[in-house]
Design a protein around this ligand. Structure first.
Ligand SMILES: O=c1ccn([C@@H]2O[C@H](COP(=O)(O)OP(=O)(O)O)[C@@H](O)[C@H]2O)c(=O)[nH]1
Ligand SMILES: O=C(O)[C@@H](COP(=O)(O)O)O[C@H]1O[C@H](CO)[C@@H](O)[C@H](O)[C@H]1O
Length: 325
């Protein structure tokens, strides 16, 4: 690791593997002192099996219990199952991504849901969690908030963790983060070696100051994490970024073909941010076997992104009308 990445890793990595690893009273005091408002956002597409339990845990601990969270929002991202009902029943506010900033139309993708969440929340601190997390992850919220509540220089905090992988119904202790290990990490190390200290650059759990998040574009699909990391590096500098060790993260994972498409979106975003201009066709062709031979299947993976929210008049109007941030 380059000296600057090593120094960052030593300085900006903290640990919060369990709830008692954190001084919740001190965090609440820092929240009050800083007059912060905290929004937690879960982007969810077809997560009915997991979203209810996750929302119930978060609501019980941090909304109804310790008042760390002021807003718990599930952004329903074109779900076809009972995600919205399950989330609402468990105590979350729920909004359909398509219903937010309707004048800007709708686009598919996780990043679209996250971009829209900025216009559907009011916290000056925003925490993002995937909606397919398994197990007890309540401590992820205070863990991600701690650096933002205690260090004004930090604008953005990524969670890091070991990532077990479910294979044929049983859990291997490691192996998760396949796109991270096989695509994102090699590319980031090659192009932005100062980011080499990030253990989970694609991790879906992170938190940021609205004042930073609203200044950067949001890639509409799965390129959103790598896009945010590079854009926030440029906006806030390495010193403005941090990571927190949250222990273990398990989630419902996808198959290789789906992750191949995810990797294609990550690669397109990296190439766009690196300014290589090699958009080419923006298509990824994969191959299926149909018994008689190989069948090519092509998927668009070109970068599609939304502009910084501060450039959206309806959002600016919201900021002036509401006590946002
Ligand atoms: O179009 C999409 C795709 C994904 N997601 C959500 O984004 C998170 C991460 O997506 P996924 O689980 O598909 O990615 P993985 O964790 O397998 O890398 C999950 O909460 C998804 O429900 C979303 O809101 N819209
Ligand atoms: O880190 C990764 O390699 C991928 C896939 O993880 P798994 O191999 O399914 O554990 O998961 C992440 O990447 C996505 C793209 O950035 C994020 O949107 C997901 O939240 C995150 O789980």
């Amino acid at each position: 690791m380059r000296p600057d990445a090593r120094a960052w890793f030593e300085l900006r990595t903290t640990v919060a593997r369990t709830p008692d690893a954190l001084d919740l009273d001190a965090l609440l005091a820092a929240k009050r002192r800083g007059q912060h408002r905290v929004s937690v956002v879960l982007p969810a597409r077809d997560e009915e099996p997991t979203v209810g339990g996750l929302v119930a845990d978060l609501h019980e601990s941090w909304v109804a219990g310790t008042p760390l969270v002021d807003e718990l929002l599930v952004v329903d991202s074109d779900s076809t199952d009972g995600t919205a009902a399950a989330a609402r029943a468990a105590g979350a506010d729920v909004v359909a991504a398509a219903d937010v900033l309707p004048g800007h139309g709708t686009r598919p993708g996780k990043g679209e849901a996250l971009w829209k969440s900025l216009a559907a929340t009011t916290g000056d601190l925003v925490v993002f969690l995937d909606a397919d997390l398994l197990g007890d992850v309540r401590h992820f919220v205070p863990g991600l908030l701690a650096p933002l509540l205690t260090d004004p220089q930090v604008d953005y905090v990524k969670g890091c963790y070991t990532r077990p992988l479910e294979v044929d119904g049983s859990w291997a202790p490691a192996g998760g983060g396949r796109v991270t290990e096989l695509t994102a990490r090699p590319l980031l190390n090659a192009l932005w070696p100062e980011l080499a200290g990030f253990v989970q650059p694609l991790g879906g759990e992170y938190a940021g100051r609205r004042s930073a998040l609203e200044q950067v574009p949001f890639v509409s699909g799965y390129g959103v994490e790598v896009g945010l990391l590079v854009d926030l590096l440029r906006l806030s500098g390495l010193a403005g970024l941090a990571q927190v060790d949250l222990g273990v993260r398990r989630h419902t994972s996808q198959g290789q073909e789906a992750l191949g498409r995810m990797a294609g979106q990550v690669v397109s975003t990296v190439l766009a941010r690196a300014g290589t201009g090699s958009e080419a066709g923006g298509l990824l062709t994969q191959f299926r076997q149909d018994g008689g031979g190989f069948v090519p299947v092509s998927t668009p993976v070109a970068v599609d992104e939304r502009p910084p929210m501060v450039t959206v008049p309806e959002y600016v109007a919201l900021l002036t009308d509401q006590v946002v941030g």
